[in-house]
Design a protein around this ligand. Structure first.
Ligand SMILES: Cc1cc2nc3c(=O)[nH]c(=O)nc-3n(C[C@H](O)[C@H](O)[C@H](O)COP(=O)(O)OP(=O)(O)OC[C@H]3O[C@@H](n4cnc5c(N)ncnc54)[C@H](O)[C@@H]3O)c2cc1C
Length: 373
């Protein structure tokens, strides 16, 4: 096979975005997937991702964002968080942050389709089977959390399992969402409703409900009516009466970070490098920020440096170490704080929410961190 500049292994959202971004800079790219792009060999992804401004701007530059159907991307204007005691609430708004939207909720399956379609027009990208041997100056691994190549390279990725699963589904409410994302921290579970426009414009939500394994299994096993009843109880009908609009799916939750993200001729990105709890909706945002950082470093390299030069790749690793560690600590810290049943901790965390709510400066700082990742 003809040699390429970069071989991207793994054609999830991060790998596809990286291949597109590299091709845009005239680099010859081989994209290795474990199935043919655009021919989903797995059930449709029911998730919707909350994407921040940094991710949206990258996808826009790559002509992916504007190719998404209008009802597959919904702006979030406000966010309402409820603790597990009366008065423990926290509100953010795009208006007080001085931004157009706090985040955008994007259909996972449509994002995959838009990336696939953009790749079919990318001049320098060749799609190849995963088993193919591709001579490349740089091997970029975006194989997801169970990356086999990372393991073959001997890179350790210690995993902390939360003993929780995230249950995801699409819902329709009897009242309009008004662009408000809602989240309930209900020791020990965390329930998020992300405003969405599919299947019904203005009245749909994407649900991400993280719960201890046993409870998640029970929810998955319930019939639709019992599940909807459980949802109504958990949200106290705060978002109206919610009905299921499709199947449910669930994912095991963990925290993990590779001990090394680059070496001579190879680099890790996305979930292959770090996995965080989805309570802050930041996993893919981190992966897309990896793409941005890696491409910037590669494009700015000295003319005599090869793409796989380890010193060059360390520049990328250094840039990404801080944000990925911080996001892991933040999501883990929040989860531990809200998992505790101790009355004093419970009192403090709910007061903490109200305190942050009363301090506009601190609130702006927290929100701006999440907006940019
Ligand atoms: C319930 C839930 C909700 C979430 N919500 C959000 C959210 O709101 N916002 C957000 O930013 N993030 C969210 N995330 C996180 C987000 O889903 C992940 O961070 C993101 O999908 C990781 O993308 P990736 O491309 O790195 O990995 P993956 O999506 O895992 O893709 C890796 C791809 O590589 C393929 N592959 C593996 N091995 C090989 C091989 N050897 N050769 C070729 N191909 C291979 C795999 O089949 C797969 O297609 C959520 C996660 C969960 C579980």
């Amino acid at each position: 096979m003809e040699p390429v500049d970069a071989c991207v292994r793994g054609a999830g959202a991060v790998g596809c975005t990286l291949a597109l971004a590299l091709s845009r800079h005239g680099l010859r790219v081989a994209l290795q997937g474990d199935r043919e792009l655009g021919h989903a060999a797995r059930p449709l992804d029911v998730r919707a991702y909350a994407l921040n401004a940094g991710s949206v701007s990258l996808l826009r530059e790559l002509k992916v964002w504007d190719a998404l159907p209008g009802d597959a991307r919904t702006a979030v204007y406000d966010m309402h968080i409820e603790g597990d005691a009366a008065g423990g609430t926290l509100d953010f708004s795009a208006w007080s942050q001085g931004v157009d939207a706090l985040a955008w909720i994007v259909d996972a399956a449509e994002l995959e389709l838009a990336l696939t379609s953009a790749l079919s027009f990318a001049p320098h990208v060749r799609q190849v089977a995963s088993a193919a041997e591709v001579p490349a100056t740089l091997l970029a691994l975006a194989e997801g959390k169970d990356s086999a190549t990372r393991e073959r390279l001997g890179v350790a990725m210690p995993v902390q399992r939360y003993g929780q699963r995230a249950v995801a589904a699409r819902l329709v409410s009897d009242i309009a969402h008004a662009g408000v994302a809602r989240q309930w921290f209900r020791s020990p579970d965390v329930l998020a409703l992300l405003p969405f426009d599919r299947p019904e414009v203005d009245r749909s939500y994407a649900l991400v409900w993280s719960l201890p394994d046993e409870r998640a299994d029970a929810l998955m096993a319930m019939d639709d009516a019992a599940f909807e009843q459980a949802l109504g109880d958990a949200t106290a009908l705060g978002a109206g009466t919610l009905r299921l609009a499709g199947p449910r799916a669930s994912w095991p939750l963990l925290l993990a970070r590779a001990e090394q993200v680059c070496g001579p001729g190879w680099v890790l990105l996305g979930d292959a490098a770090h996995v965080v709890h989805p309570l802050a909706g930041q996993g893919l945002n981190l992966g897309l920020a990896d793409v941005r950082a890696l491409v910037d470093v590669l494009v700015a390299r000295e003319s005599w440096r090869a793409l796989g030069d380890e010193k060059l790749l360390h520049r990328y690793a250094r840039q990404r170490a801080g944000p990925t560690r911080a996001m892991g600590q933040l999501t883990d810290g929040l989860l531990q704080l809200f998992a505790s049943e101790t009355p004093l901790v419970r009192e403090l965390r709910n007061r903490g929410l109200s305190l942050v709510n009363a301090l506009p400066g601190l609130k702006r700082l927290l929100a701006s961190q999440a907006l940019e990742s």
